[in-house]
Design a binder for this molecule. Structure first.
Ligand SMILES: O=C(O)CCC(=O)C(=O)O
Ligand SMILES: [Fe+2]
Length: 214
């Protein structure tokens, strides 16, 4: 299947992709883009995540800081927070900073900071339907997921299912193929990760507003 390449070739700018994301977010509240994350960044993230020992990944939890709970009935992936200390991490964070600046200019979202982690779902692992933040908790505003799985097949499962509201039970399925980028408003969309037949790697991040000005 031929997919339109949104990612820039060397020397081209990311502006067309950032513009499309801004337009989609304004209209729909979400933006799904195949072949979107620049290939060299996706490749660096994949190589880095594969080079780490499994001990560097921790069992994922729910909530923040003192409310953090590990509940494997809700999610059974393992995560590793991304800092700027690795080459891959610094490339990714710099790219997300550009996206943040662009979205702030276009949509006046007031995005202020960004946090992200690798997530590794072993075969059978899942993340049940949830919101990334709670209404009124002005913390996480925009969720971004970049997938790192080459040649992902339909039969591999592991889709992200994005529901348009509380009532929606059908949802929209997103195939976690390498360099696909899913972006959505954190407060608006319940979503879940279906179990996969093979290991599923991704990077998940959240743009946040400044709580003290919120
Ligand atoms: O990996 C995905 O597709 C989504 C992960 C997710 O929902 C989360 O980390 O909050
Ligand atoms: Fe989520």
């Amino acid at each position: 299947m031929l997919t339109k390449h949104l990612a820039p070739l060397d020397g081209e700018s990311d502006a067309p992709l950032f513009d499309k994301i801004a337009t989609d977010l304004r209209r729909d509240g979400f933006s799904i883009n195949a072949n979107a994350l620049p290939w060299h960044i996706a490749q660096a993230l994949l190589t880095h995540s594969q080079s780490m020992h499994s001990q560097q990944f921790e069992t994922a939890g729910i909530g923040r800081e003192e409310n953090y709970n590990v509940n494997q009935a809700i999610r059974s992936d393992a995560i590793c927070w991304i800092t700027g200390t690795s080459f891959a991490g610094s490339q990714w964070l710099a790219w997300c900073q550009q996206l943040q600046d662009h979205l702030n200019q276009k949509l006046f979202l007031g995005l202020f900071s960004f946090e992200s982690h690798y997530a590794c779902f072993q075969p059978g692992a899942f993340f049940k339907r949830h919101y990334d933040t709670f209404k009124g908790d002005k913390n996480r505003v925009l969720s971004v997921v970049a997938y790192l799985n080459k040649d992902w097949q339909q039969s591999d499962g592991g889709e992200l299912v994005l529901y348009k509201d509380e009532q929606d039970t059908k949802g929209k399925k997103i195939h976690p193929e390498f360099a696909t980028l899913a972006i959505f408003l954190s407060e608006e969309f319940p979503h879940e990760v279906l179990p996969a037949n093979r290991q599923r790697l991704s990077v998940t991040g959240w743009f946040r507003v400044n709580q003290f000005n919120g």
